[in-house]
Write a protein that binds this ligand. Structure first.
Ligand SMILES: CC(=O)[C@@H](O)[C@H](O)COP(=O)(O)O
Ligand SMILES: NCC(=O)COP(=O)(O)O
Length: 265
């Protein structure tokens, strides 16, 4: 199958999953419970976001344990929308996957990210073949709970077959290199790595997500160039925009950026 024949390209729109980490970060600076993370998530869904993402880091610097359960419980009111948890499956992610499933709470996707416990922010993807054998059984355990697995990956076309071979349903491209290059002279070179990696993934029926430092300026161009992106998860810039514009206007504007990518200029 070529990229252009993939059912997710070009007619299907990329889904927007809003990462609410940074709402929790602000909330955690006082003991007042504001801003309310669950309310933020539901306002984003009300505005049309197709999903919510959280990355509960082991130090709970932003998303805390209770947030994960409360957001998941809220997702029950939003059938058809997706809850995505990111994290390192060798730290705390598997516990959430098992526990939510045992409680019958919604969880649609686990994104495995190879961060260290005290990592400032995510800055690299999994490595193959080094990580292959240890990831396989964990992917199987998440699948046994009916949950999709996406692997956070650098845009390396050569690594797509290995991600598929360990059982991943999707990869999430770490987009910081593109965001950093945009709109400078290195942008096209940065983009071409994502385009090639996406083509390689789509050709073997491996789904493609993307995220990290995407924003209203760089999103449309990314989606125009990179085929078959099923979901973008966006947090830092989106929450910063929401401080100025409010959740509704912000989410609608990100959805407009996505729509524009599918409307040929
Ligand atoms: C995997 C990824 O790119 C995001 O989860 C990013 O790491 C956000 O995490 P922080 O909000 O902790 O920076
Ligand atoms: N997976 C990426 C994500 O959830 C959000 O990343 P960012 O927009 O906060 O950089």
């Amino acid at each position: 199958m070529t990229a252009d024949q993939h059912p997710n390209h070009p007619s299907a729109r990329t889904a927007l999953s809003v990462n609410v980490n940074k709402v929790a970060l602000l909330r955690n600076t006082r003991h007042l419970g504001i801003p309310d993370v669950v309310k933020a998530a539901s306002l984003c869904l009300e505005a049309g976001a197709q999903g919510i993402t959280v990355h509960p880091r082991p130090d709970e610097r932003h998303i805390r344990r209770d947030d994960v359960y409360e957001i998941s419980a809220m997702m029950k009111d939003w059938p058809g929308r997706e809850f995505n948890i990111e994290g390192n499956p060798f730290h705390n992610l598997m516990e959430f996957a098992h526990d939510l499933s045992a409680r019958g709470l919604p969880l649609h996707q686990c994104t495995f990210v190879p961060d260290s416990e005290d990592q400032f922010t995510s800055d690299h993807g999994w490595s193959f073949p080094q990580d292959a054998e240890r990831l396989k059984p964990l992917i199987e355990q998440v699948h046994a709970r009916g949950v999709r697995v996406s692997l956070f990956m650098d845009p390396d076309a050569q690594a797509m077959a290995a991600a598929k071979a360990v059982g991943a349903d999707r990869v999430e491209f770490y987009t910081e290199s593109y965001a950093r290059a945009w709109p400078g002279p290195g942008k096209n070179k940065a983009l071409s790595r994502f385009t090639e990696a996406a083509r390689a993934a789509v050709a073997i029926d491996l789904g493609v997500n993307a995220g990290h430092d995407l924003n209203r300026d760089n999103l449309t161009e990314f989606l125009r160039a990179v085929p078959g992106v099923q979901e973008v998860s966006i947090g830092h810039a989106l929450v910063a925009d929401a401080l100025e514009l409010g959740y509704e206007a912000t989410v609608k504007d990100y959805l407009r950026c996505i729509d524009e990518a599918f409307t040929r200029a």
